[in-house]
Design a protein around this ligand. Structure first.
Ligand SMILES: [Zn+2]
Length: 232
């Protein structure tokens, strides 16, 4: 055992695991990012306040039961670095871990009626091909684990766009975006309070389209959760 620990320390000395948020070497127990960064996560606490800028995004667009973004995303900030590692360095496990931490925070929130199941905003098929996984699904899977509820993988599907989006007028672009999403006809959802998860929220358009689809199949309460909200 001692020899193993010595060898492990030796390997760590030459090939340390680097925290994707602060670029410093991590300890053995720190798997995805360091504890110091975990304690510094810029949480919004929107879900516990009346001044919830994510909820306000959906007012007058689609009826939402609850909405939240867990972290603030600022340029060159810690969250941007974490998201970069998740999306562009194939760090799917980091997404699941962040989702798990987010889920634990939601679970301890007394003001929120917790969802009964969770689904994710789908990724464009081209991006899925290059990235190999859907980062929103990774986050949703981690949240489902913490909340101890089912994750409905591939519940919402995204199709390829036949025509170039840039050549269309604004309304046509919107209509075509709506048509490129659909509920998976092979799956059914026996729950009435469903959480919809995305990685980053900016205008909320994608979440609006997906939430509308869930309402159209009769889901009574749709909740919208993003891991982070981009702010200027
Ligand atoms: Zn760190």
């Amino acid at each position: 055992m001692k020899a193993f620990l010595f060898l492990r320390d030796l390997i760590d000395l030459f090939y340390p695991n680097i925290c994707p948020a602060c670029d410093k070497p991590m300890q053995h127990a720190e798997k995805h990012f360091c504890l110091y960064c975990e304690l510094q996560l810029p949480k919004t606490n929107f879900v516990s306040t009346d001044d919830n800028s994510v909820y306000k995004l959906f007012v007058g667009r689609v009826p939402i039961d609850a909405a939240d973004a867990w972290l603030y995303f600022v340029k060159k900030g810690m969250v941007q670095k974490l998201m970069h590692s998740l999306k562009y360095k194939g760090n799917e496990a980091l997404g699941e871990y962040l989702g798990y931490l987010y889920g634990l925070d939601l679970k301890s929130n007394k003001l929120l009626n917790l969802p009964e199941c969770i689904c994710a905003v789908p990724l464009h098929p081209d991006k899925l091909k290059t990235r190999g996984f859907n980062q929103a699904a990774a986050i949703a899977r981690g949240m489902a684990k913490a909340l101890e509820i089912p994750f409905l993988d591939h519940f919402i599907l995204r199709k390829e766009n036949a025509e170039s989006q840039t050549r269309k007028k604004r309304f046509d672009r919107w209509a075509s975006s709506v048509q490129s999403y659909q509920i998976n006809p092979e799956l059914s959802c026996p729950f009435q309070r469903v959480a919809l998860v995305d990685d980053v929220i900016t205008t909320g358009s994608t979440l609006e389209i997906c939430a509308t689809l869930l309402k159209e199949i009769g889901i009574k309460k749709v909740q919208v959760f993003a891991l982070c909200q981009a702010i200027n």
